[in-house]
Design a protein around this ligand. Structure first.
Ligand code: HPA
Ligand code: MG
Length: 236
């Protein structure tokens, strides 16, 4: 389906899965960091830039348009998986709210509700060895019977999302869809895919735009590949 279609989420049967936004396929192209502004404290750690900030912003604006097309002005609960999704979530919500005010549709309630959940599963550049996911959140009982959009930074193995979705199902939402800025092409995938996907990226550990390596690099605007010096200097 594309964004011009009149079909919206209310036409979707409960069990049906659909890809509403196909990701841009990123393959071999890398940019030298000298072409971009890199904070001084990261200059010696960046191997290459994979996604410059401007490209990320433009893609998120388009995803917002596609999400807006599907949900229109129906109540939608956006769930931000912290900390990695913070940058994607805030920009996505910014564009969604803009689209809503420009559309001038008369509605008595704000269509987009925001929720924040802290999930954690990575140590260094590998998942937690015990495979457990820690989840800290506000009381989300209000999600019963509601449409939810999980906003995720990256789908890698998919294990975080699989566990999180199982946890969410206990709250009995009406429908759960996923928007992910990145989808990693990895043989370790469990097959989970986003309904709205920004970029399909190669199997490399990525940092920047809120993606971290042991809490470092979240403040970098571009999505980058780090060098081995970073791997050892910031290892825990
Ligand atoms: N970078 C940062 N965090 C992650 C990644 C990644 O490539 N994959 C899963 N979590
Ligand atoms: Mg994440």
């Amino acid at each position: 389906m594309n964004s011009n279609s009149q079909e919206n989420v209310n036409d979707l049967k409960d069990t049906e899965w659909r890809r509403y936004s196909e990701p841009i396929y990123i393959d071999k192209l890398r940019f030298h960091p000298k072409h971009f502004i890199i904070p001084f404290h990261y200059k010696k750690y960046i191997e290459s830039v994979l996604l410059p900030h401007g490209l990320i912003r433009d893609r998120i604006e388009k995803l917002a348009q596609e999400i807006h097309d599907v949900f229109q002005n129906n109540e939608l609960h956006l769930l931000c998986l912290l900390k990695g999704s913070r940058a994607f979530f805030s920009l996505l919500l910014f564009y969604l709210n803009k689209m809503n005010i420009y559309s001038q549709v008369k509605c008595s309630k704000p269509p987009y509700m925001e929720h924040y959940v802290r999930v954690k599963s990575y140590i260094n550049d590998t998942p937690n060895s015990d495979g457990k996911l820690s989840i800290i959140s506000e009381d989300l009982d209000c999600l019963k019977g509601k449409d939810i959009l999980i906003v995720e930074d990256i789908i890698d193995t998919g294990n975080t999302l699989e566990k999180f979705c199982a946890w969410l199902e206990k709250l009995n939402p009406r429908r759960v869809l996923i928007a992910s800025l990145l989808e990693k092409r990895t043989p370790k995938t469990n097959g989970i895919k986003a309904n709205f996907a920004g970029f399909s990226v190669p199997d490399e550990f990525l940092i920047g735009f809120s993606l971290d390596y042991n809490e470092v690099f979240r403040d970098l605007d571009h999505i980058c590949i780090m060098n081995t010096q970073a791997l050892s200097d910031f290892a825990v």
